[in-house]
Write a protein that binds this ligand. Structure first.
Ligand SMILES: NCc1[nH]cc(CCC(=O)O)c1CC(=O)O
Length: 322
């Protein structure tokens, strides 16, 4: 009689933040993997990150060194979890030693969206009144919107997507700028009053995609994650992240991007904007999608030649002074 060889049932532990959006995203990843690997058990372990706890300080002031990711990263390095699901936008371009970006999932619409108070249901960005109070805590959204709509008033807004919408509805703002992807995933698409076109505002690096972070060289996990990798999204995001990394900007700098893949060709547009909205350095590069990172680096160098560094230095000085 030959012995029955049965490998012990493997359990994979997935780290996630606790916000509604994070949970929707992580449960989607869990479900995809569970379908692809029915013999493995996938468990979700939630953690609060610094970014979830500090709600009374403007994001731009606390910086972004892994504000939404650090606790999840410690979990992986400790071996408490095997990988973590992030909104790729919140994942810094430099990862801690021993961790890597294991895969990038198919992107949702990466655009920003306008949500309005019901009294403005008949309005768009072009028709909102002078002085309308627009809520956003992103310097990128602020600078680009201010460039096109200098007559609006911009006000910081913190908290998760649902909290922000409640503040809007309570009358604290006339409108908010939020990610299309977040609203869509939370089944709040009815709050997407207007999708903001790239001519008005370029989106954040990685916006709309999920990034899965895992231990470097963890071949077993990397093998599983392959089923979630969406290569066109990955190329676009590698180019976007290389652009941001080369400019040494985090998610709290007024840097926006747009990418298009056509066949094997990737086109990357990037902007660096001053906070008053008066200066925009904007340029575009195209090349082979397989050279994504090189394209991002090239665009960053071009932007620097056109004054991007001066804009960024001024912003760092302003933030550190206030
Ligand atoms: N910084 C918060 C955050 N991180 C990811 C999303 C939305 C989903 C995404 O961009 O992928 C949001 C909310 C927002 O910007 O409105």
């Amino acid at each position: 009689m030959s012995p029955t060889v049965s490998s012990p049932a493997r359990t994979i532990r997935i780290g996630s933040r606790k916000s509604q959006l994070a949970l929707v995203q992580t449960h989607w990843v869990q479900e995809q993997l569970q379908k692809a690997f029915p013999d493995i058990t996938f468990e979700v372990h939630t953690m609060s990150t610094q970014g979830d706890k500090i709600l009374d300080v403007a994001l731009a002031k606390i910086g972004d060194k892994g504000l939404f990711t650090k606790e999840l990263e410690v979990g992986m390095l400790n071996g408490d979890t095997d990988f973590a699901v992030h909104s790729l936008k919140d994942l810094p371009t430099h990862l801690p030693e021993g961790l890597m970006l294991g895969c990038v999932t198919e992107r949702e619409n990466p655009a920003d969206a306008l949500a309005v108070h019901e009294k403005h249901n008949d309005k768009q960005l072009d028709t909102l009144p002078e002085g309308a109070v627009i809520g956003t805590s992103s310097l990128r959204r602020l600078a680009q919107l201010r460039h096109h709509y200098p007559h609006f008033t911009f006000k910081d807004v913190r908290g998760n997507v649902i909290t922000r919408l409640a503040k809007l509805d309570a009358g604290e703002y006339d409108a908010l700028i939020l990610a299309y992807a977040g609203l869509h995933r939370l089944e709040l698409s009815d709050r997407i009053h207007q999708t903001i076109p790239p001519e008005i505002s370029l989106h954040a690096v990685g916006q709309g995609a999920l990034g899965i972070e895992c231990r470097e060289g963890d071949t077993e996990i990397l093998e599983l994650l392959k089923v979630l990798q969406h290569q066109p999204t990955a190329y676009r995001c590698y180019a976007e992240r290389a652009f941001l990394r080369e400019l040494e900007g985090g998610c709290q700098v007024p840097i926006g991007v747009n990418t298009v893949i056509d066949g094997d060709t990737l086109t990357l547009t990037g902007v660096v904007a001053s906070l008053d909205g008066k200066r925009l350095v904007k340029d575009t590069v195209s090349g082979a999608a397989t050279d994504a990172e090189q394209l991002g680096i090239e665009l960053a160098h071009r932007a620097k030649e056109q004054g991007a560094q001066e804009i960024l230095d001024e912003i760092f000085a302003t933030i550190n002074r206030s």
